[in-house]
Design a protein around this ligand. Structure first.
Ligand code: UFG
Length: 327
């Protein structure tokens, strides 16, 4: 079986990627320091604990598993935190990725699938974002991911490190079998916070801003099901196996939903009341982030077949009710 090194394989998206990889016949080798991930979520292949910045440990892992490719998810990913403590993002995300890329090149592992974000585009309200849009991140998280994208391009030119970069829009939902799901501590994302409010784990969901220049005044996002998202990664891996060169793909559906629309849909799916309060805007939030690209569909044959709002909320709700990870 072919090994794929999955950094951040104990996290939300990484663990779903491990499941998809194992279903596709690969052995996902999780490398994770458990700073935000959960060992309970590592169920589909071996687990190796370690930090990206620990080059000696990475060299050991590459030697032991001889992975064919790296899927690089491990990162800090909270926009607000990145504004308060940018050094964490430059250290963990950028310096960590540098150490990982150096180890990959040294080991001759030259295929990388990288988890980037629409946050690299920054505030381009009312524009449908495609891969050709300029990247002007407005927070340190987005800036760290853009820097890693640049690093990958430089490493391709110098060392032939080929890469597929995926720029995610808003990832949501959970494994339909509820084996794994989204669980952050602290939680900052809309749908899990709303599910907590619905079942009384928190008093109410605060809507961050009702005065945006959008039809109902709340922010619009393009939500994509985590299972669809990770399926694109398997396709990206196949693309690297079959072709020369590198490519960037947006992963979104092209349809935006406002915070109020997500709330309405959640009430309908769960058949419960969503307790809400209206609050001020959250710093760093763009009014509207929607993908305007069909590149992943056209070139990878990707279909976002599970990404209806009802399906994403339904899968997240099932997982939410079935229990959580523990340290
Ligand atoms: N929101 C609320 N109340 C909450 C939480 C969120 O109203 O309690 C709103 C936000 O203001 C935003 C929307 O719900 O309009 C979605 O917020 P999330 O925190 O779920 O997601 P973000 O859009 O902020 O962040 C996501 C990813 C980031 C990525 C970013 C790109 O989680 O990693 O998209 O903008 F950088």
């Amino acid at each position: 079986m072919t090994n794929v090194l999955v950094t951040g394989g104990a996290g939300y998206i990484g663990s779903h990627a491990c499941k998809a990889l194992s279903r596709a016949g690969y052995t996902p080798v999780t490398y994770d320091n458990l700073s935000t991930g959960w060992e309970d979520a590592v169920r589909f292949g071996p687990f190796e604990r370690g930090c990206l910045t620990d080059r000696a440990r990475l060299d050991q892992i590459f030697a032991a598993y001889q992975p064919q490719a790296v899927m690089h998810f491990a990162a800090l990913s909270q926009v607000g935190e990145s504004m308060r403590a940018p050094e964490l993002y430059w250290h963990n995300n950028v310096a960590g990725s540098l150490s990982l890329m150096q180890a990959a090149v040294a080991a001759g592992c030259l295929d990388v699938v990288f988890s980037s974000t629409c946050a690299t585009y920054g505030d381009q309200d009312n524009v449908l974002l495609d891969e050709g849009c300029a990247q002007h991140p407005i927070n340190a998280y987005g800036a760290s991911k853009r820097a890693i994208e640049d690093m990958l391009r430089d490493f391709e030119a110098a060392y032939g490190l080929r890469h597929v970069i995926f720029r995610y829009f808003n990832v949501a939902g959970a494994d339909p079998e509820a084996e794994i799901g989204e669980f952050h501590q602290p939680e900052t994302h809309l749908i899990p916070l709303m599910l907590d409010a619905i079942d009384g784990k928190r008093n109410a969901l605060t809507i961050f801003g009702t005065d945006y220049d959008t039809p109902d005044g709340t922010c619009i996002r393009d939500y994509v099901h985590v299972c669809d998202l990770v399926q694109a990664h398997v396709l990206g891996l196949n693309w690297l196996e079959e072709r020369r060169g590198s490519r960037v793909f947006n992963l979104g559906t092209g349809t935006g939903f406002s915070v109020r629309e997500v709330i309405e849909q959640s009430a309908a799916v769960t058949n419960r009341v969503v307790p809400i309060v209206e609050g001020p805007r959250r710093p760093g939030d763009c009014a509207r982030l929607v993908s305007g690209s069909t590149r992943a569909t056209v070139e990878l044959g990707w279909q976002a077949s599970r990404s209806t709002l009802a399906q994403m909320i339904g899968d997240a709700w099932r997982w939410h009710q079935s229990g959580h990870y523990t340290k």
